[in-house]
Design a protein around this ligand. Structure first.
Ligand SMILES: [Zn+2]
Ligand SMILES: [Zn+2]
Length: 383
């Protein structure tokens, strides 16, 4: 298996077979004389058969199957996708920073002045505290999620428990570790590769990723609710202006004839404000819906003690065991609330405030290499 994978050995084998093929052609030419049509046909078919055998012997491997061949055929496509995703990651991160900054600027320029000038004092305080808390939390968690390494298996020779060998890195893989083809490295408790972070989500930054999703969704909901009235006013103003322009441009309509109150003449600043608020509301509402769905999905996975990759593996395993009349049990599931506490690192009640509701850089429980399986000691995975 090791020898067949060596290209030098493959080359020498090909040369040996080519020499044998030439020798066979020569002996056949000398032996039979090549006089009749049947003789030529038979010789050609033999050469054809031998050439096919030669070709097959070049890529023959006792472990080759259709999956391996498909993988080899799609290797260039995978390479392009991996590289494009890697480079697009930088663009996506810039996009997140740009869009978030634009939303913050619009809120400071138009939404907050409206709140300060029209709302009672206690509502102003609430908006200032809530808005800034959400902003700090989402900026902190996004920064930490993008810059924190998800964790990789140790490279030194120290022994550690492993379940398989990574075919790409040729290193042992601890439980829950998977190879990321975009980062080209094995990742501890890998969840997925996130292009919006341009980073893998794994053992050491899973909490930052999930908290970022939660606070970003909350921030978008907050912005879209706070700017709802402004959005309706801005939308009416823009729509009214478009209708007026249509009427003015219509040749059959008498110019400057209004059946209702004439539209106010908006300044450049007001027009910009209207467009900005419409942009803010549409963007935050769309992100709130899309990211809210994704956050709920990840919350469900975390409460089950699964990563996104394990979700697929466990479903397949559950189906396989069901056919055998057995029930699959996730060895990393410790109960819904305990799974959430484990992710957030909540060990006592005060940690809900200091580690979940406030920015915290504490490390997750465990090293991501050794896992204490719930059913490992008494029960096997299937019962
Ligand atoms: Zn690997
Ligand atoms: Zn990755």
């Amino acid at each position: 298996m090791r020898v067949s994978s060596s290209w030098r050995w493959q080359l020498s084998r090909a040369m040996r077979l080519a020499l044998r093929w030439c020798w066979l052609c020569r002996t056949q030419r000398g032996g039979q004389g090549g006089g009749t049509k049947a003789g030529i046909g038979g010789r050609l078919s033999e050469v054809w058969r031998y050439s096919k055998l030669l070709l097959k012997s070049l890529y023959f491997n006792s472990l080759t199957n259709s999956d391996t061949l498909l993988d080899c055929a799609f290797e260039p496509v995978y390479w392009i996708v991996d590289n494009v995703t890697h480079w697009f990651g930088v663009v996506f991160v810039c996009l997140v920073v740009l869009l978030t900054s634009s939303v913050v600027v619009i809120v400071y320029l138009f939404v907050l002045p409206m709140i300060v000038s029209t709302y009672p004092a206690h509502w102003i305080v609430w908006h200032l505290c809530c808005g800034h808390w959400l902003l700090i939390m989402l900026v902190f968690h996004y920064y930490k999620a993008t810059t924190t390494s998800p964790g990789h298996p140790p490279k030194d020779k120290s022994p550690f428990p492993f379940v398989s060998i990574c075919k790409k890195c040729i290193t042992p893989k601890p439980p829950r570790t998977h190879h990321c083809s975009i980062c080209n490295v094995c990742v501890l408790k890998m969840d997925h590769h996130c292009p919006w972070l341009n980073n893998c989500v794994g053992h050491f930054n899973h909490r930052y990723f999930f908290s970022f999703c939660v606070y970003m969704t909350m921030g978008c909901i907050y912005c879209s609710i706070s700017s709802r009235n402004l959005f309706l006013d801005a939308y009416d103003a823009v729509e009214h202006k478009i209708q007026t322009l249509d009427t003015t441009n219509c040749p059959s309509c008498p110019p400057q004839t209004y059946y209702q109150t004439p539209p106010p003449d908006y300044s450049f600043r007001e027009t910009t404000a209207h467009k900005s608020i419409i942009f803010l509301w549409v963007l935050t509402s769309s992100v709130a819906v899309a990211l809210g769905g994704l956050t709920l999905w990840h919350a469900m996975l975390i409460s089950r003690g699964e990563t996104s990759i394990e979700r697929h593996i466990n479903r397949k395993e559950a189906r396989r065991l069901k056919e055998k009349g057995k029930v699959f049990r996730n060895p990393y599931h410790r109960g819904k609330m305990n799974n959430l506490k484990l992710l957030f690192g909540v060990q006592k009640r005060s940690h809900w405030l200091t580690r979940v509701l406030l920015p915290s850089s504490h490390l997750p429980c465990g090293d991501g290499i050794v896992w204490d399986c719930t059913f490992a000691r008494r029960d096997p995975m299937a019962i």
